[in-house]
Design a protein around this ligand. Structure first.
Ligand code: SF4
Ligand code: SF4
Length: 175
């Protein structure tokens, strides 16, 4: 019997966005530690690319971490509006500060507000820019949690070095 899983998706109707940044505020507050104790938009997993003079407001969600910078750059022109290099990119990457935890520099990734019934940025967007959808999808192999753990460990190794990380793990194990 085929395995199925629920795929969560947020559809973005960017033309409706007015750059109010409510989505950034609630995401940052939800992911503060302790939860809702502060609002630092740099901690948000959704960020609005803004060029007010060009009437550009573009919500982008934090995606995968990568330690490699792109070797090329692209520029998009859509409906006569020009976007800058990397504007559409969702990666937490070494070439910029976007999607990095401001205190630790660790990569941020949208987790669909784990534990909530509906993503909070969707709830807080009063302009219907963000629309939440779910669908059932078949998949061939079990979701491998280990891959996610290894990706997280790799980002820690890249940032702090294997030696420091091993020392910290050793300390925690002996507590
Ligand atoms: S779904 Fe949740 S975690 Fe993802 S960007 Fe929206 S508020 Fe942030
Ligand atoms: S809450 Fe909606 S309208 Fe406001 S910035 Fe976010 S996506 Fe745009």
């Amino acid at each position: 019997m085929a395995n199925t899983r629920t795929v969560k998706r947020i559809r973005v109707d960017a033309d409706k966005c007015n750059g109010c940044r409510s989505c950034e505020i609630i995401c940052a507050a939800f992911h503060a530690s302790p939860q809702y104790s502060s609002i630092n938009p740099a901690r948000s997993r959704i960020q609005i690319v803004r060029y007010p003079l060009r009437d550009v407001w573009l919500p982008i969600f934090a995606g995968e971490y990568t330690k490699a910078e792109c070797s090329g750059r692209e520029t998009y022109v859509i409906d006569g509006k020009e976007y800058e290099e990397c504007d559409f990119c969702r990666a937490s990457c070494p070439s910029r500060d976007r999607f990095k935890e401001p205190d630790s520099g660790l990569p941020l990734k949208c987790d669909m507000c784990e534990g909530e019934e509906m993503p909070l940025c969707v709830k807080w967007c009063l302009n219907d820019v963000l629309v939440y959808e779910e669908r059932e999808e078949e998949y061939a192999k079990p979701v491998v949690m280990q891959e996610e753990m290894e990706l997280g460990l790799q980002s820690l190794i890249d940032r702090f070095g294997l030696k420091k990380l091993t020392e910290s793990v050793g300390k925690l194990a002996n507590r």
